[in-house]
Design a binder for this molecule. Structure first.
Ligand SMILES: Cc1cc2nc3c(=O)[nH]c(=O)nc-3n(C[C@H](O)[C@H](O)[C@H](O)COP(=O)(O)O)c2cc1C
Length: 210
């Protein structure tokens, strides 16, 4: 389906069919969309953590996510986590990759490297995390759009306590911060949200010429 009709059709699923599974080909679409999402300075400062252990999903649902059923009932469940310590090494690795992929001498990218370091390292650590989380949200948007186009149901969820999810998954030691939860699966036929008219502001309310 092309994008606009797909965005009209998609919705944030509240009730999944626990028996319906997402194929590895469908998962690949979502991962590739996330990977291809644009980010500031192309740093991609996030990880999509797939939580596979049912007991851990249950723990997150009941202890950290306000008992939202999507956490345990969807075929797949992820935590999109932002890097807490984007640093000079992160930036250097990104420049290494760019030099390699584009087949240019690393020295030609050093001006850009200092520009990126100048911006990122001038941010206080909390601001740097906020910046990384913004990049994660861009990727989330691309993932949600790709899912819609491919007819895959997803539920982005901010209704959780990050400190608790971080503790359950040991994210602090991995220098990650849980940012948004993402359930992926097939909606249940009796999800009453499936047929609700889409509520959105009009284009005139959002778009102004100034
Ligand atoms: C970042 C983000 C966080 C959200 N968190 C939750 C959540 O925790 N629980 C929930 O039921 N829905 C959540 N939603 C779903 C939104 O409420 C939903 O996308 C919005 O009301 C528009 O409805 P639609 O997506 O069905 O068109 C979230 C959506 C986004 C994009």
């Amino acid at each position: 389906m092309s994008l606009i009709p797909a965005l009209k059709k998609r919705y944030a699923v509240k009730k999944y069919n626990p028996a319906a599974k997402i194929s590895s080909a469908q998962l690949d679409i979502l991962l590739e969309a996330l990977r291809l999402a644009p980010t500031s300075f192309n740093l991609q400062p996030f990880h999509l953590l797939q939580v596979t252990e049912p007991a851990v999903r249950e723990h997150i649902r009941t202890e950290a996510a306000f008992n939202q059923p999507q956490v345990t009932e969807a075929s797949l469940f992820f935590v999109l986590a932002a890097e807490t310590d984007v640093d000079e090494q992160t930036i250097a690795h990104s420049i290494d990759l760019a030099a390699e992929v584009r087949g240019v001498a690393r020295s030609t990218l050093e001006g850009r490297e200092s520009q990126i370091k100048g911006f990122i390292m001038s941010l206080a650590p909390e601001q740097r995390l906020i910046w990384a989380q913004r990049q994660a949200y861009i990727a989330l948007g691309v993932l949600v759009s790709a899912a819609a186009e491919a007819g895959i149901d997803v539920s982005p969820m901010e209704g959780f306590v990050p400190n608790k999810v971080d503790a359950i998954l040991g994210l602090q030691t991995k220098r990650l911060r849980s940012t948004v939860l993402v359930a992926v699966g097939v909606h249940s036929n009796d999800d009453e949200h499936a047929h609700l008219p889409k509520v959105r502001k009009s284009i005139e309310q959002i778009h102004q010429t100034i």
